[in-house]
Design a protein around this ligand. Structure first.
Ligand code: HDE
Length: 697
């Protein structure tokens, strides 16, 4: 018998003695019951007045089953509804003892369980995985001092500076109020209207329109705490801290055309990729790093650390790597874990504290509130995924909907002197070890004002753009052209262009040219932008480590293909850490030259080349002739070429390559002399090819 977690049966505890028994039928097999335990004799037919008669209201079994089903969904998250998650652990490698008293940041070598949920922001729960969007990167650490939730994104800054603008931002980006579209897309009037009117979005827009907005895999995104936090040590001294996650596989992206096609080919592309990688033991891993600043260092910066639209360049304050996180277990049940997990920036532990960042301050209210509406009860912390596993909770809070605990005795208040609450009278506050807020000085008058130090909306946007490599700049400009081409209101487009002129004149010109519109006057800037030294850390192409590890190679085969070449490509790619899939015209596979059968992992029409990072086409002459009549085969080669991927091929594949417009270059590799020459180009994209295949802005 499988355990209760993976089976549909449950053991139940009955009676005073707490003995457990499982319901079994006459043959000893587990039997189906109602939710209240009554055994069910027939789970196929409802109760009717005669075999063809009307169903009876009396059928409590039918009613219970249907009613439970009717309520299976809970309200989806208003943002970040679409998510994928995994379990794993965090291991501290370097102690921050001098700055923090948090055990999670001081106990080197300790492994702490984590649950991580990645998400898109704008789309609904059933939307696709690859729209242009920010990705959520929320980590729940089950620490010995309670849960610590670091609820971050894959972009280190945010659109707005003050929480009071968040509902406006989200309304603007989500599907438009009257028409209910577009789903999971920022390319529409209301979003860009908001952007144009709120120049503080400029920096984040640069990131979202860059290739960071279309990641290749959730295993290949960076993560950031975004808001500035504090670390507080034993002496109650505080420093500012920024949190960073850096993927072992390097940050990698798709191209836009590819992302769009993936959405059709596999709407679950990222979810499947994460699940399959963990399932086969290819555990994604991130470094955890911090940037630490004293108050004086923060004061010396030309921007405010409390402003979430700003980052601290790594070149000014280097990252200190203090640990690693490995995701090594898929959820057992999507709903119970990925859907019901409740992240709260207020889940914090002694030794870590908030800053006065007005965006963060709003978040401290919002998440608890949203969980109440989503999960429906103040007791959502009792759901298994949300429980403080590293140390159980103990307090005198009681009752409420869906209370699962059976507290005993009379003592439900404090102080008390009841014997049953133990000698101490039950749990008590711990003035030394408990959470103490950092005594940040506050002596001001009450105002509704934006600080002067938040006024510069363009310098860091400019820094980001100018720190990108040439292909990345071209992608960014083209992404804005794409989005603004979907905007139907001229004045909205013009206002955005007016802001872009403050970011970078050449960028504004590129975009205007890409739209074929005149460049309007620059909009007035509250604070004149200044130039900063480029930060290479902001580019992903520039710091891409290369390599096939974690990437995917697809081999297209036909009947009569040379099995030795297939084997050679497979061995070379797998040897370099890639996963390999065989794609064939039919799912039953092919008969190789010499008569051996080769099974297919994917059928051609359902497994286009966008599913892979590099492809090989290993076909026979006759097989190739057949493929020339198949659009999916031509697209397989054409898209791989257009998406700047390496293409390995046998000589017999040449007619297909010709028909697909594949031209010889360093990424197009003849496999007749073996597969060794394939691995290097397969390890990266062929950026030089891009001007040949795409008109970029
Ligand atoms: Fe969130 N955000 N957010 N957010 N956020 C939510 O909480 C909110 C912000 C982020 O996988 C909600 O449980 C406000 C920044 C992630 O379950 C909600 C503001 C960052 C997730 C909420 C922000 C984030 C959320 C909706 C502006 C990056 C998904 C569902 C003040 C640091 C967590 C939920 C998961 C989810 C509010 C801004 C990250 C409505 C008010 C900045 C990764 O409470």
């Amino acid at each position: 018998m499988a355990d209760a977690k993976t089976d549909t049966t449950f053991s139940t505890t009955h009676g005073e003695g707490g003995e457990t028994h499982q319901q079994t039928g006459a043959g000893g097999e587990a039997r189906t019951t109602t939710n209240h335990g009554a055994p069910i004799s027939d789970n196929q037919n409802s109760l009717k007045a005669g075999p063809r008669g009307p169903s009876l209201l009396e059928d409590f079994i039918l009613r219970e089953k249907i009613q439970h089903f009717d309520h299976e969904r809970i309200p989806e998250r208003i943002v970040h509804a679409r998510g994928s998650a995994a379990h794993g652990y965090f291991e501290l490698t370097d102690s921050l003892e001098e700055f923090s008293r948090a055990r999670i940041l001081t106990e080197v070598g300790e492994k702490t369980e984590v649950f991580v949920r990645f998400s898109t922001v704008a789309g609904g729960a059933g939307s696709v995985d690859t729209p242009r969007d920010v990705r959520g990167f929320a980590v729940k650490f089950y620490t010995k001092e309670g849960n610590w939730d670091l609820v971050g994104n894959n972009i280190p800054v945010f659109f707005i500076q003050d929480a009071i603008k968040f509902p406006d931002l989200v309304h603007a980006v989500k599907m438009e109020a009257d028409r209910g579209y577009p789903q999971a897309a920022s390319a529409h009037d209301t979003f860009w209207d908001f952007v144009g009117l709120m120049p503080e979005t400029s920096h984040m827009i640069m990131w979202a329109m860059s290739d960071r907005g279309i990641p290749r895999s959730l295993r290949m995104i960076e993560g950031f705490g975004v808001n500035t936090f504090r670390l507080v040590n034993d002496d109650d001294e505080a420093v500012f801290v920024k949190f960073h996650w850096r993927p072992k596989l390097g940050a990698q992206s798709t191209t836009w055309d590819e992302a769009v096609k993936i959405a059709g080919a596999d709407p679950d592309f990222h979810r499947r990729d994460l699940y399959e990688a963990i399932d086969k033991g290819d555990f994604p891993e991130w470094e955890f790093a911090v940037q630490i600043l004293t108050q004086d260092e923060a004061d010396a910066l030309p921007f405010d650390v409390l402003d979430a639209t700003k980052l601290i360049p790594e070149e000014l304050h280097p990252l200190r790597v203090i640990g690693r996180m490995v995701l090594d277990r898929n959820p057992d049940n999507f709903f119970a874990e990925t859907e019901q997990v409740a992240f709260l920036p207020t889940n914090i532990v002694p030794g870590i504290d908030f800053s006065e960042d007005p965006l963060l301050q709003g978040r401290l209210f919002s998440y608890q509130d949203t969980q109440l509406s989503r999960l429906g009860t103040v007791n959502f912390h009792q759901l298994p995924i949300n429980q403080a596993k590293g140390c159980p909770f103990q307090n005198f809070q009681r009752d409420g909907q869906m209370q699962t605990q059976v507290f005993t005795g009379r003592a439900n208040y404090e102080p008390n002197s009841l014997a049953e609450a133990g000698e101490e009278g039950g749990p008590r506050e711990d003035p030394k070890g408990g959470f103490r807020s950092f005594a940040a000085p506050v002596e001001q008058t009450k105002v509704r004002l934006r600080a002067e130090s938040f006024a510069d909306h363009y310098s860091q946007a400019r820094l980001f753009y100018r720190s990108q490599t040439e292909p990345e700049q071209a992608h960014l400009a083209s992404a804005i052209v794409f989005e603004l081409s979907k905007v139907t209101l001229d004045h909205v487009r013009d206002r955005v262009l007016g802001n872009l002129r403050n970011v970078d004149e050449t960028l504004a010109e590129r975009v205007a040219k890409g739209l074929n519109v005149d460049l309007p006057e620059a909009n007035e800037a509250f604070s004149a932008p200044f130039d900063m030294d480029p930060s290479p850390a902001l580019s992903i192409v520039g710091k891409y480590p290369g390599g096939l590890e974690g990437r995917a190679v697809g081999i297209l085969v036909t009947d009569g293909a040379d099995g030795a070449v297939v084997e050679a490509v497979k061995a070379a790619a797998e040897g370099a850490g890639a996963s390999v899939k065989i794609v064939a015209p039919k799912i039953g596979g092919v008969t190789l030259k010499g008569g051996k059968a080769l099974k297919a992992d994917g059928q051609l029409a359902g497994t286009p080349s966008v599913m892979f990072d590099a492809i090989a086409i290993v076909v026979s002459e006759e097989g190739c002739a057949e493929l020339l009549k198949e659009g999916a085969a031509i697209d397989f080669a054409k898209d791989a070429f257009g998406h700047l991927k390496a293409i390995g091929h046998t000589a017999e594949a040449q007619p297909l390559l010709d028909k697909a417009g594949v031209e010889a270059d360093a990424g197009v590799v003849d496999l007749s002399d073996g597969a060794d020459g394939f691995v290097e180009p397969a390890s990266t994209r062929q950026w030089d090819r891009e001007p040949k295949v795409r008109m970029l802005a």
